[in-house]
Design a protein around this ligand. Structure first.
Ligand code: ADP
Ligand code: MG
Length: 785
């Protein structure tokens, strides 16, 4: 061998006696166990994770060197780079970076003794997915990407040198055993600075010691890394040698092709076997050359011209930002902000939420927006966008920010707050654009098959609606919290309505459909569109062909209470008492109201007393109730039935008193209903003073049954189901003319020889479908959900 062998790798190192042994944190060990024994096919992810860690470490070093120049003096002489090399004979793969490296203690902590917050969640997600490959490929999103090395290696050796630690240390673990060892590197400080990870490949993963495979993968994963990443390649060629120069040094100009980032350490080996051919007297020999091929161009994509970037490239960059190979970006916005403060940015709308995102607290996605200053990564923890937009990923790069101030100072900087404001506007604009671009999508188009038959295709959501179904809670939170942008955000809202045929429409579309006389935006809340559809409140609106917006999200009513109106029209719950139609003759209405009020005074007075504790007020309905005899509505200051249901569920969850939600209801009578007339006839006359009334028992029962029915009509639960049942039983008993409801004596049948005949429960006259279970509002029983 002429030249030195490739850099020493830790392939043959044996832990010295006295190496410190550490136990993996229990969850970490559990996860490694799953990873090592997994049957996942897409093992490639390990390389993505290692390259991403190397790139992170390089970014970290560059930032530190700028902000703490004293600590890192002299370090800048070591070039920032990543090198990948394999040894097909030893079955090893080594990834070396000149990043910040790890001190002894950091190694112990970061690589095993401290569980990262995503560890448990990752295990959970693996379990839930069964053997689904996509779950494993998301490992980086849970902050445990390093452990993906155990997909392909049964032994992993990490050597690392951090400038703050005098010595280089080695970390090693085998076959996901429950422990790892750490010891001073017997080779000394071979790295100068950074980290070297050596994978001892499993038998079934030897493909990763193949140059073509490695080149393809590494090229793919390093496309957007801004530090040079090179692969050590080996090529062998025959060269002629002159007779005289027996063992001459071959020309060192025989570089392998494509060598861009030559840093001068190419080596050349000459094979031993010299071959001679019969015909020609010339001697040849095999020469093996090694070179480092740089795989990436390391030009920051956001600094390039939009026109030169393909959709595939944007998507590929999204994959890098999202740590994930399973879902694409829905859309993106690449822009140059110019003005007092200049910056470049690419923002992405995701197809899907990352598995760690939670609607409950809407904590921004980790590392969602990366902040660069002149292409130097400063960090990704700046929360450049408000919480409700925390699902947007991207990069921001500004020349106007100072490079050498610490993160805290930067966080406070005026420039950053200007950038933030602009980003919010751009982000909202990007969502609006998606809505606009996908306006014409999603209509069901009839297709014609080969035989000429027309087939109705399933209606598909437009891209915007698909996005909206996942992210509407965010937009709604934005409407509530971001007042300056409220108007713009409200234009992004979509609702199902009584006339939209199951589709989601915008407020603008609702306005287009409004009646000329209509001065209010009518809404009705409920657990689902199906439930709302059954509400008696809708009857009149259907008759008048007036559109009603359905509020099916628990945040909807809360949101509309905050905003109150849109384009000068008020939102009005059609279940509240004050709904009036402006298309009717007001004089006539007033006269009618007055007349009804007087006629029904005895009844309203009596019922008001009877329903104390459940109902705030009893009155003749000022609007048509259709075929319903009575309905319970919320007073203008009370909660709608849907809101009450939500609040009650919350109170139940938090062990709070529920009674506070039960007041402020209005009982409205339908003056044209015969049952109500009947009650009026049977109720006690209006009297002075407060003496108790004497009332026939069946009238009293009827009054209570009407109460319960009205509660259900309004979407409220019955307050005393037991009493309600007793009254129903009484009615049934009267209907069947039964003298009593005492049980029959227990039967005592004789013992039979034959097998007992099978009882057919289904054919026995009881048909569950005869019962209208839905109207019992079963949701209220399931309050813990
Ligand atoms: P993440 O990269 O999301 O933090 P990983 O499991 O990939 O999670 O890595 C765990 C930690 O190990 C990193 O946060 C980092 O502190 C450390 N680490 C991993 N690889 C390197 C490296 N090449 N250089 C320096 N530190 C590293
Ligand atoms: Mg990582």
């Amino acid at each position: 061998m002429l030249a030195q062998a490739a850099d020493d790798v830790a392939s043959t190192m044996v832990p010295p006696e006295g190496a410190e042994k550490y136990a993996f944190e229990a969850e970490v060990h559990r996860m490694m166990d799953i990873v090592v024994n997994s049957l996942y096919q897409n093992k490639d992810v390990f390389l993505r994770e290692l390259i991403s860690n190397a790139s992170d470490a390089l970014d970290k070093f560059r930032y530190l060197a700028l902000t703490e120049p004293d600590t890192y003096k002299g370090e800048e002489e070591i070039p920032l780079q990543v090198k990948i090399q394999y040894d097909a004979d030893e079955h090893t793969l080594t990834i070396r970076d000149t990043g910040v490296g790890m001190t002894h203690d950091e190694m112990v902590e970061n690589l095993g003794t401290v569980a990262r917050s995503g560890t448990t969640k990752f295990i959970q997600s693996l379990k839930e997915s069964g053997n689904d490959d996509s779950a494993m490929s998301q490992i980086g999103q849970f902050g445990v990407g390093f452990y993906s090395t155990f997909l392909v290696a049964d032994r992993v050796t990490v050597a690392s040198k951090n400038p703050r630690d005098d010595a280089q240390h080695v970390w090693e673990s085998e076959n996901a055993s429950s422990s790892f060892v750490v010891y001073p590197d017997p080779r000394g400080n071979t790295l100068g600075r950074g980290t070297e990870i050596t994978l001892h490949l499993k038998e079934d993963s030897l493909e990763y010691a193949d140059p073509n495979r490695l080149r393809e993968l590494a090229q793919h994963y390093s496309e957007f890394v801004m530090h040079p990443i090179s692969l050590r390649t080996t090529s062998t060629m025959e060269v002629e040698i002159e007779d005289e120069e027996e063992e001459a040094t071959p020309e060192t100009t025989e570089e392998a092709k494509e060598t861009k980032g030559d840093d001068g350490d190419d080596e050349i080996e000459v094979g031993d076997d010299e071959s001679e051919t019969e015909e020609k007297p010339k001697k040849t020999k095999e020469v093996t050359t090694h070179s480092w091929d740089v795989l990436n161009t390391n030009q920051a994509i956001w600094t390039r011209e939009k026109e030169d970037i393909s959709d595939d490239e944007y998507q590929a960059f999204w994959q890098v930002l999202a740590h994930e190979a399973t879902s694409n970006a829905t859309s993106w916005s690449h822009f140059n902000a110019e003005g007092n403060i200049n910056f470049k940015s690419i923002l992405y709308l995701p197809d899907d939420l990352p598995p760690t995102y939670s609607y409950t607290n809407m904590e921004p996605v980790q590392g969602a927006l990366r902040l660069y200053v002149r292409k130097v990564l400063i960090g990704d923890e700046f929360n450049l966008l408000p919480k409700y937009l925390g699902f947007i990923r991207g990069v921001v790069d500004s020349d106007d920010l100072p490079l050498n101030v610490n993160r805290e100072t930067l966080q406070e900087s005026k420039i950053l707050s200007v950038i933030k404001k602009k980003l919010v506007r751009k982000a909202i604009e990007m969502i609006r654009q998606l809505a606009k671009d996908s306006e014409d999508e999603g209509q069901s188009e009839a297709e014609i098959d080969e035989e000429g038959n027309v087939i109705e295709t399933e209606e598909k959501d437009s891209r915007y609606i698909a996005f909206y179904r996942k992210f509407s809670p965010n937009i709604k939170l934005g409407v509530v919290e971001d007042e300056p942008n409220r108007g713009k955000l409200m234009k992004l809202l979509r609702f199902q309505t009584s006339k939209s045929d199951g589709k989601m429409i915008s407020l603008a579309a609702y306005f287009d459909n409004m009646k000329e006389w209509q001065e209010e935006i009518y809404v009705l809340g409920g657990a689902s569109a199906e439930e709302i559809e059954k509400s008696p409140f809708l009857e009149t609106f259907r008759d008048k062909d007036v559109e009603v917006i359905y509020l099916t999200d628990s945040i909807d009513e809360y949101m509309l209470r905050q905003v109150r109106d849109h384009e000068k029209k008020k939102f009005v719950q059609i279940s509240s008492e004050s709904v009036k139609f402006k298309d009717e003759d007001e004089d006539l209405i007033k006269r009618r109201e007055k007349a009804y009020k007087n006629t029904f005074k005895p009844l309203t007075k009596w019922l008001r007393k009877l329903y104390t504790g459940s109902i705030l007020r009893v009155q003749v309905a000022r609007r048509s109730l259709g075929s319903v005899p009575a309905i319970v509505t919320s007073s203008d200051f009370g909660n709608s039935a849907n809101m009450e249901r939500i609040l009650r569920a919350q109170a139940f969850q938090h062990g709070m008193d529920q009674s506070s939600f039960l007041a402020l209801k209005v009982f409205e009578l339908n003056p044209r209903h015969p049952l109500v007339k009947k009650l009026l006839d049977g109720c006690p006359p209006e009297e002075e003073g407060d003496e108790p009334f004497e009332v026939a028992p069946d009238i009293l029962d009827a009054a209570w049954m009407l109460h319960d029915m009205a509660m259900l009509n309004g979407g409220f639960p019955i307050s005393d189901p037991e009493a309600h049942n007793q009254r129903l039983l009484k009615v049934l008993r009267a209907q069947f003319s039964l003298d009593s409801l005492d049980l029959e004596p227990e039967i005592d049948p004789p013992v039979e020889e034959d097998e007992a005949p099978e009882i057919d429960f289904t054919s026995d006259g009881i048909n569950m479908e005869d019962f209208d279970l839905d109207s019992l509002n079963l949701d209220d029983l399931d309050m813990g959900a």
